[in-house]
Design a protein around this ligand. Structure first.
Ligand code: SAM
Length: 257
């Protein structure tokens, strides 16, 4: 896991007394310092090189010196519609996802792939998800507690854990499909939110050990989404299954397959 930026909890300028109490309670529970907003601009609140979890009356977002990040499923909505129309989705095809599957998403992020997987495996399936960035974990966890966006979808259980540590502790073949979507090393020109996400994300690079651990834990396959292939992909049996403008999907069969 890469070093994560320092984090504080604060409130928006118009936070009610109730929101302020909630923010303080959450900060204490999460063991993250609370900084009273006191009419200050967000720049005065942000720790050096760090970020703030900002409670407003309606939601919680992450503030960084690059801008703010709210939880939103964004492109997942288009993908969910495509699934509903029967047009499929690259992740669903790459993982051959079926109703009732258990998917382990080792890099949850904003949960877009997890939302698509949850819809594909349906109410009889389940999603276990991991997010090691403290800011992104809390952003997602708060959103999952509030959103009923994923009706008729599998439940998502999100853990604040490093993917590789978690995988080490799992039994062989204990999830049908393991998903790995680490942070890209270079931004996509079209992705305005990239720098904000990158400021708080875990930027651990993908390596062979991660893929090997994932293949041991997977019963069917490992699905990997990357900006660019690594020279060792062939040696680790990663086969390209789909490409679009911003990412390429690879698949490796599980060890036992
Ligand atoms: C490219 S984003 C994933 C996007 C996600 N698939 C989606 O659809 O929203 C990568 C995420 O994985 C997290 N991450 C990176 N390395 C990790 C690790 N070793 N363990 C757990 N999470 C990790 C990052 O903090 C970031 O949120």
């Amino acid at each position: 896991m890469t070093d994560l930026p320092p984090l504080v909890v604060t409130t928006s300028l118009k936070a009610t007394a109730e929101t302020q109490i909630r923010a303080r309670e959450r900060a204490q529970h999460w063991e993250i310092p609370f900084v009273a907003r006191d009419n200050l601009g967000i720049a005065a609140i942000l720790p050096e090189g760090g970020a703030a979890l900002v409670f407003s009356n309606a939601e919680m977002h992450v503030a960084t010196s690059h801008g703010r990040l709210k939880h939103h499923l964004g492109t997942a909505f288009i993908r969910l519609k495509s699934l509903d129309r029967g047009d499929g989705d690259p992740l669903v095809r790459a993982g051959d996802l079926r109703p009732g599957d258990h998917v382990l998403d080792t890099t949850f992020g904003l949960g877009r792939d997890a939302a698509v997987a949850a819809r594909a495996v349906g109410a009889t399936g389940r999603i276990t998800a991991l997010e090691s960035s403290t800011a992104l974990f809390h952003l997602a966890d708060e959103a999952l507690a509030q959103e009923s966006l994923l009706d008729a979808s599998a439940p998502i259980t999100l853990h604040h854990q490093d993917a590789r540590t978690f995988l080490e502790n799992q039994a062989d073949s204990s999830a049908d499909v393991v998903l790995v979507d680490p942070m890209f090393t270079t931004p996509k020109a079209s992705d305005a939110g990239f720098e904000i996400l990158r400021a708080v994300a875990d930027t651990t690079p993908l390596d062979r050990e991660w893929i090997r651990a994932a293949r041991r834990v997977a019963r069917r396959c490992v699905v990997v989404k990357v900006g660019e292939a690594q020279p060792w992909f062939d040696a680790e049996s990663l086969v390209r299954v789909h490409s679009h403008s911003s990412a390429t999907w690879y698949r490796a069969s599980a060890d036992g397959e």
